[in-house]
Design a protein around this ligand. Structure first.
Ligand SMILES: *Cc1c(COP(=O)(O)O)cnc(C)c1O
Length: 398
């Protein structure tokens, strides 16, 4: 019997249901989800051509899918970078970067205000691999030179620091680093390429937690790092070998988030500025940290570097200290207590117990993080409802 005309058994037809390629002459409007762990090949020649990058196509999940490629090229374009590679989280992107670019005995200089996860990675796993880190106070202009060593390779920065929203002088620090031959790697999670493009200010590499503003709705986890093709190729090899590529659904969510990023950040920046002004005149508030306020010590630098808005992150200190902060968190009704940021809804966090809980008390004090400090991640709601919630929660605090 001819194999082609012979009817196949139901078990075979079921197993193969939907697996035929559908030849399309037009394209879907929205990016489809490529939830397929592996591609199929017509021949060894086709496999070789795709594996070696001579023909377009995709191979195996861990090496990426069309969803990864779309997300990576969108981020590279927005950051003004030659290339980008996605990872399963912001931390995975950073870990792959540092493992790809550094060898034992190398030294990195790190802003002492970096994200807690960055601090933990450098002082934990990377320290055990013989990669050394110094945490420096970048408000002190001589600090870089003092901490510099013969094997310093990299300067790690953030655009606006957590939680006190210090504005990093990226142009000046990039110049200082390049004079010494160091690479500059910037965490742009708080500001996104809509508000800040570190590469245009001299950075070599820029990375994100895509779990935050990119996806924007607290549903995805992901990371991405962008820079020159030669550097990204080394990082991509490390992402693939470590197996820290994201799943396509998370990448798909992050890509979908990009389409509304401009609108979300415009609204969040407007809301945050209005809230900062309101808090600054409230008697229960001792201090407000927001780069858009003229009272911010680096407001002039912020105006220069952030012409499109100052973002949705702000922190403030309650005059009543820890007791007032804890009462405030409990009283908020619309604004949820969440140890993360960048959701479409406004959330509040208490850095002394969340992001900075492992930082010793004397270092916290030096960083301006006092027990009354709370941080807001301002969302896209109508600002009058946010002000009303803050107002009722601030009334008659201890
Ligand atoms: C959340 C965050 C990270 C880490 O990203 P993950 O996706 O959680 O791994 C890094 N930097 C900043 C500023 C963050 O807020």
């Amino acid at each position: 019997m001819n194999a082609a005309s012979r009817p196949r058994a139901p078990a075979t037809r079921l197993a193969h249901a939907g697996r035929q390629a559908i030849p399309l002459t037009n394209a879907p409007l929205a990016p489809p989800l490529y939830q397929s762990a592996v591609g199929r090949f017509e021949s060894l020649e086709q496999f070789e051509a795709i594996y070696t990058g001579q023909a377009p196509g995709y191979f195996y999940y861990r090496y990426g899918t069309p969803n990864h490629a779309l997300f990576e090229s969108a981020v590279a374009d927005l950051e003004g970078a030659e290339a980008a590679v996605a990872a399963s989280s912001g931390m995975a992107a950073l870990a792959a970067t540092l493992l790809a670019l550094l060898t034992p005995g190398d030294h990195v200089l790190v802003d002492r205000y970096v994200y807690g996860g960055t601090y933990a990675l450098l002082t934990g796993e990377l320290a055990r691999q013989g990669i050394e880190a110094s945490f420096v106070d970048l408000d002190d202009p001589a600090a870089l030179a003092r901490a510099s060593r013969p094997r310093t390779r990299l300067l790690l920065l953030e655009t606006l620091t957590n939680p006190t929203l210090r504005v990093t002088d990226l142009p000046a620090l990039s110049r200082a680093a390049h004079e010494r031959g160091w690479l500059v790697c910037v965490d742009n999670t708080f500001t996104t390429p809509y508000l800040m493009q570190p590469i245009a200010h001299g950075a070599d590499l820029v990375w994100h937690s895509a779990s935050k503003y990119f996806a924007g709705q607290s549903q995805a986890m992901g990371g991405v790092i962008a820079g020159a093709q030669a550097l990204v190729a080394r990082i991509r090899a490390c992402v693939t070998r470590l197996g820290v590529a994201p799943g396509p659904f998370d990448v798909w969510l992050a890509l979908q988030g990009l389409s509304t990023l401009a609108l979300r950040l415009e609204r969040a920046s407007q809301n945050a500025l209005e809230i900062a002004r309101y808090l600054a005149q409230h008697p229960a508030v001792a201090q407000v940290h927001y780069p858009g306020l003229p009272s911010h010590p680096q407001h002039a630098l912020a105006r220069q570097l952030y012409p499109h808005g100052y973002g949705g992150m702000l922190a403030f200190e309650l005059a009543g200290g820890k007791e007032a902060a804890l009462a405030f968190l409990k009283r908020l009704q619309l604004i949820a207590f969440v140890p993360s940021l960048a959701d479409v809804t406004t959330t509040v966090s208490y850095p002394p117990a969340t992001s900075h809980r492992h930082v010793p008390a004397e270092l916290l004090a030096a960083m301006g993080i006092r027990p009354g400090l709370v941080r807001l991640s301002v969302g896209i709601e109508a600002v009058e409802d946010l002000l009303a919630d803050l107002d009722q929660a601030l009334r008659a605090l201890p």
